[in-house]
Design a protein around this ligand. Structure first.
Ligand code: ATP
Ligand code: MG
Length: 158
């Protein structure tokens, strides 16, 4: 189960490029050149990427920007970050955002569709892979969601 994350990130960006074009959102990928393969279940990681990128598209208004980053951390883990210039999440909600069915302010999510499960599922999958997932957000300014996955051949530097 060695998977090439860079290929998967290219694919997910492709899958969402039509929706982004429709919303005039600029989506771009910035992946490190020598990213090691990760040890993971491809379908599960696809599900994580779909959930996170669909959130970025859904919660970013027309004309915004989505940047996907991947890098090899000094501790050996591969880190992926999805950054958007969207509506952001109020501080008071950030601590509960990974809970099942939790959605910020029903009024703003009502028209958007969805159940509030995407992040809970993403967290479950990432943790099952011995990774971590976290979110940083500034209300009305944008959100970055990041997660880590173990490399195929773990070598810990430093
Ligand atoms: P589902 O993913 O089940 O279709 P959902 O998108 O509402 O529904 P989650 O993906 O779990 O559910 O996200 C939970 C809530 O977190 C969302 O309702 C939204 O309020 C907030 N949220 C998640 N990602 C972002 C983001 N990138 N920008 C702003 N708010 C976000
Ligand atoms: Mg979602």
């Amino acid at each position: 189960k060695a998977i090439n994350l860079t290929n998967m990130l290219e694919d997910v960006v492709d899958r969402f490029s039509f929706q982004c074009k429709q919303k005039n959102i600029q989506i771009s990928l910035h992946a490190g050149r020598y990213l090691p393969h990760v040890y993971a279940d491809r379908d599960k990681i696809d599900q994580v990427l779909d959930n996170l990128v669909s959130n970025a598209v859904k919660y970013t208004p027309d004309g915004g920007k989505i940047s996907v980053y991947a890098k090899h951390r000094a501790n050996g883990m591969i880190e992926v970050a999805i950054q958007d210039t969207g509506i952001g999440i109020p501080k008071k909600d950030l601590g509960r955002i990974f809970e099942r069915f939790y959605r910020v302010d029903k009024a703003r999510s009502r028209n958007m569709g969805g159940t509030g499960l995407g992040l809970a599922i993403a967290q479950e999958i990432v943790r099952a892979h011995d990774g971590e997932i976290w979110i940083e957000s500034e209300y009305q300014n944008g959100t970055t969601i990041s997660f880590t996955l173990p490399p195929c051949e773990p070598e810990v530097i430093g």
